[in-house]
Design a protein around this ligand. Structure first.
Ligand SMILES: [Fe+2]
Length: 382
């Protein structure tokens, strides 16, 4: 069967990657730009160096700093109105998944009619829209690499998952120097999101030899460096390896797909506005335990990538060690043990089952789940 790989046209990674991006941008005489930035980063002053470099290069721009976690249709509409009023001919996204997903949505609306919810699903975006430069500030959702955008439809309490190669950023940037100031809890949650991408891609029905190496190397880097990045946010090596690890996970899942961890995490984010990475982290070992018997050899290889010595074990034994290692990593980086402590009840999760089963990520899971099985896993996650 034919297999499709899709990436940004250009990726720039490493310290001072933002300078490189601005030089490339200036050389292309791009016209006026719209920066769509994470509001928290703007308040912390982290956006300032980018603006200074754009100023020094003589590039004009307008800033939209009102992005929010779990971006909504209303926020996308507001950003789009800024885009239209500014007369921008390209977009720079600056932030994690929320800012970059908002920018991807505006990119869609720059060439296709509203509402943004019309593009939910796979391959619904007809025209690519204006160029998008995505500067990633977390490690991470890998939104700077992927064809996915997740927008919350507040009216219907559902997350709209848009998957289309037309929304892959034209240029993606991973500069670890802007990740040094991220708080430990955000580092842990976004890092476990990245691990979830790698693990789900590796055991997915869409897994392929062209994505498996990226997924395994991603798991190796995240297992080794995430605890160091959480314990000491100024550890440059840990930040750089996490930036690369999450990028590799993005390369893998963008083509191999995800699975029931993401499918079950999306309703939790839509209904309770909980951080995406925390939802995934709580669900990951529980869904892996369910999937493990159907992918024993793959989970055994994941155990090695997770840094476990399984040389004297059978694949069956090693695959169990892999699931336990994921649970241990959650514990080490301070992920909450379950959803109960986050205000989620049995009544809540019963209402999430249908959304999880209908989520576009569900189809990637190595084995289909019944509604009763999804509910049982949600109950375990409380
Ligand atoms: Fe994710």
């Amino acid at each position: 069967m034919a297999f499709t790989l899709a990436f940004p046209k250009i990726n720039i990674s490493g310290e001072n990657a933002i300078n490189e991006m601005v030089m490339k941008l200036a050389g292309s005489e791009p016209g006026h730009g719209l920066i769509i930035a994470d509001s928290a980063l703007e308040k912390l002053g982290l956006l300032k160096p980018l603006c200074e470099q754009l100023d020094q290069s003589g590039l004009s721009y307008t800033c939209f700093n009102d992005t929010i976690p779990n971006p909504t249709v209303a926020v996308v509409d507001k950003a789009y109105e800024y885009f239209m009023e500014s007369g921008a001919s390209y977009i720079i996204a600056f932030g994690g998944g929320s800012a970059i997903d908002t920018a991807k949505a505006v990119k869609i609306l720059s060439a296709n009619p509203r509402p943004i919810t019309d593009y939910t699903g796979v391959g619904m975006v007809k025209h690519a829209g204006v160029p998008l430069y995505a500067i990633n500030t977390t490690a991470g959702t890998a939104a700077e690499v992927t064809s996915n955008a997740v927008i919350t439809d507040e009216a219907n309490k559902v997350k709209c998952v848009i998957i289309d190669s037309n929304i892959i950023p034209d240029v993606s940037v991973n500069d670890p120097s802007i990740m040094l100031g991220l708080p430990a809890d955000v580092t842990a949650a976004t890092g476990m999101d990245a691990l979830t991408h790698a693990v789900e891609a590796y055991v997915s029905v869409g897994a392929h030899i062209l994505t498996n190496h990226s997924a395994l190397e991603s798991v190796r880097l995240i297992a080794q460096y995430l605890p160091h990045a959480v314990e000491d946010g100024s550890n440059v090596e840990a930040r750089e390896m996490m930036a690369l690890g999450q990028f590799l996970a993005g390369m893998a899942f963008n083509s191999a797909g995800l699975g029931m961890v993401h499918a079950m995490a999306h309703p939790a984010g839509a209904h309770k506005n909980l951080p995406h990475g925390v939802c995934n982290a709580i669900l990951l070992p529980i869904v892996c335990e369910f999937n493990r018997p159907h992918r024993v050899a793959a989970f055994a290889k994941l155990a090695v990538a997770l840094g476990c010595d399984v040389s004297a074990m059978s694949d069956e034994e090693a695959s169990i060690v892999a699931v336990n290692a994921i649970r241990d990593l959650n514990e080490r980086v301070g992920i909450p043990r379950g959803f109960s402590g986050l205000g989620v009840t049995e009544e809540d999760v019963k209402q999430w089952v249908a959304s999880a089963m209908a989520d576009p990520c569900a189809g990637g899971n190595p084995v289909a789940m019944t509604a009763d099985e999804v509910l049982a896993l949600y109950m375990q996650s409380l």
